[in-house]
Design a protein around this ligand. Structure first.
Ligand SMILES: NC(=O)c1ccc[n+]([C@@H]2O[C@H](COP(=O)([O-])OP(=O)(O)OC[C@H]3O[C@@H](n4cnc5c(N)ncnc54)[C@H](OP(=O)(O)O)[C@@H]3O)[C@@H](O)[C@H]2O)c1
Length: 334
């Protein structure tokens, strides 16, 4: 028997609570099923929306174990490339949205959706990063692959105080970029400086959209959590042959732009999707996270470590008060 946080809906009402389950209660995960002893998970904004019911995240029906991230050790595997004892990471791929996720002491996951925990990353550090760190790493890798280098000038991160944005600020800083954090939260300024921001601009600088299709080229690159008018502004302000990694829609999903920055400046708009990122690239991003960030970086990024029973309260406070840093769930704590 083991404990899991179960989300259920009956007569329109959402119920959430820790339940004792048996392994036979876990839905089968197909021909590549891997049974995992889960060590840690993490609370992402998406999880907060799912657990509180504030957003339509659950698409696979109820009951479900939420949690889009997990790390653990293989107990049993139907895949030849994963053996008992192997440490594995699962993020995205509909985990905690369609398939049962990581807020549990045991999980059955399609092994094709797992990557190996890199050697120099502890299970807890993997969940300090979680989907937020993984998405930030994919964004930074995309800029690097499009030749945005530290010598080219400033890189701006929008939604910088958020989960992914603050990870991107730290990664870019550690990699020697001049990082400009765009934030609407005055109270986050000190936190953003600690995370590596060289300069902070208010998000109002971007949110009305550009005055012209091309403005003066200010940024070597950009990492965008916000979308909408903010992304339109970034595209008009990126220097020749610069790139924008777009991963979020915190302010909107629409995008109004022109072809001019693309055809007259050769800029690139790079789409980042952590959910369905192919496994080779996933593995590369996790290795890179392990090599770029130090133990001190991971400690500085950790806001709280909580147990299963504290998840609902943590989700409520994430939505009502916001949170600086990552919330890690220790599944062995109970
Ligand atoms: N593509 C992917 O794979 C992927 C993965 C994870 C998340 N996401 C998406 O990325 C976005 C950010 O995720 P997150 O986990 O970092 O969320 P988060 O922790 O809530 O951070 C979002 C940040 O965006 C800023 N913001 C919020 N509302 C805004 C508004 N109306 N206008 C401008 N800025 C606003 C705020 O930062 P400031 O106060 O500092 O301005 C906020 O902290 C979300 O849209 C999420 O769905 C995508």
């Amino acid at each position: 028997m083991f404990n899991a946080l179960v989300l259920d809906r009956s007569e329109g009402d959402l119920h959430v609570g820790v339940q004792e389950l048996g392994v036979e209660d876990l839905p089968a995960a197909g021909p590549d099923e891997v049974h995992i002893d889960v060590l840690y998970s993490s609370v992402n904004y998406k999880d907060a929306l799912a657990v509180t019911g504030a957003g339509k995240i659950i698409r696979g029906g109820y009951p479900i174990v939420p949690g889009i991230d997990l790390v653990g050790r293989v107990l049993e595997s139907k895949r030849a490339d994963l053996e008992e004892g192997d440490p594995v990471i699962g993020t995205g791929w509909q985990l905690g949205e369609v398939d049962w996720g990581g807020f549990t002491q045991r999980a059955k996951v399609d092994g094709g959706k797992l990557v190996r925990l890199p050697k120099h990353l502890s299970p807890k550090q993997a969940m300090v990063a979680g989907t937020a760190g993984f998405t930030a790493m994919l964004s930074v890798m995309a800029l690097e692959e499009h030749d945005v280098s530290p010598d080219d000038g400033e890189v701006v991160v929008t939604g910088a105080s958020g989960g992914v944005g603050s990870m991107a600020v730290t990664l870019l800083d550690v990699l020697d970029y001049d990082v400009v954090a765009s934030s609407g939260s005055e109270e986050a300024h000190e936190y953003l400086r600690q995370r590596g921001a060289d300069r902070i601009v208010h998000r109002t600088a971007f949110e009305d959209g550009p005055e012209r299709p091309m403005e003066s080229g200010k940024w070597a690159g950009a990492v965008d959590a916000v979308g909408g008018e903010t992304l339109s502004t970034l595209l008009a302000q990126v220097q020749k042959h610069g790139s924008v990694a777009s991963f979020g829609n915190a302010a909107g999903h629409e995008l109004e732009t022109s072809v001019f920055p693309f055809i007259l400046r050769g800029i690139n708009l790079l789409g980042i999707d952590s959910n369905t990122c192919p496994n080779d690239r996933r593995q590369a991003a996790w290795r890179r996270l392990a090599s770029v960030l130090s133990d001190d970086d991971f400690s500085a990024m950790t806001a709280r470590t909580i147990g299963l029973r504290e998840i609902p309260e943590a989700c409520e406070s994430m939505l009502s008060d916001g949170i600086r840093g990552r919330i890690v769930v220790d599944l062995q704590a109970e």
